[in-house]
Ligand binder design. Sequence first.
Ligand code: AMP
Length: 402
Amino acid sequence: MINSFSDLNLNSSIIEGLQKQGINIPTSIQANSILPALEGKDIIGEAFTGSGKTLAYLLPLFHKIDTSKREMQGLILAPTHELAKQIEDQIKLLAENSSFPITSLSIIGDVNINNQIKKLKEIKPHIIVGSTGRILDLIRKKKITAHTIKTIVIDEGDNLLDPKRSNVTKDIVKSTMRDRQLMLFSASIKPETLETAKSLMKEPIIIKSEDKPLINPNIEHMFILCERRDKFETLRKVLVAAKPEKAIIFVNNNEDIELTTAKLNYHSKDCFAMTGKISKEDRKLAIESFRTGKIKILVSSDVTARGLDVADITHVFHLDLPLKLNEYLHRSGRTARGNAHGTSICILTVQQLNIIKKYEREFNIQFKEKKVFGGVLEDANYNSSSKQYEQKNKSYSSKFNK
Ligand code: AMP
């Protein structure tokens, strides 16, 4: 039975880095794949988003990278720019927290290739994360040194090895040395994917995550409907009604974070704008002030809230919904730490109700619809909004079916 990361023979700096992120116990996919990955085995891992699959491949990759060499050693292929960015964020965070001098670069299409070539030369990243088309292009141009790549990870393998588009991924894999390690992870694995993966691998180990998507049962999930233009006003009223002792408001971009903070502070709230622009020192100071209660509300993006472990956050508000499904887990998990209870409130338009339904299905949770009435947060009539929602959906589908 594996209960800690030290049972997995990982370097102690990596384990300390994880602790700084509040990560202490391996998830099922991590417990089962890290040891064989460290032994260099090829792996096919079936694990849903939120199961910790990114760290399941990043931790052995970190452990194995020879930081004394300035050469490309790991390649992570992802089907979307957004996923590539998220993986790169996890690499940078872990490198910083574990003080491992690992360098990384994301290489995606739609970005000037000459700039990418320049950066590849300058940084000589240990890990490259990116989309397959551009990576293959750079391998063919000999700007990515395929022969130094020791490990390739295919994230969302069902997508990248889909018969319609698997050729690019296969060509990348084939351009590397025969003794490289190949790992593939995907939420579900179709029989065709399994066959293609096996044809590229040497006796792969197949692992399935045994975890169910887990969300802390001490979190109450709510949503409030409003028009898009009324989102801020709704947030302001909800804050008055919910009376959070300590809260994070999630907003997706820097400009809106600053604007929301400025507007809230005008109404004498103790808010701080945690944008990607603030320096490391200011970020540290802000977190300390948040911890001690000098700052009561952090307005933040997903990126700057990552790894934040503050004990007594009573509320999480989503002024913007997260861009990716499993970020909802991550965000709402900032509240209800330990045995505490917490509340997660989404402020959304009726068009976004389908996302709430997805959260309910994916994470097996129930949302309550609320409204603010007379300065108090009360139950709202779920049926009426569902009806509106269904009507909207009907009109959308009739449009598309024409
Ligand atoms: P993923 O499935 O890779 O998208 O990860 C989902 C989230 O779970 C990320 O925010 C990780 O930081 C977090 N996470 C990964 N492994 C663990 C762990 N062992 N314990 C707690 N959180 C984790």
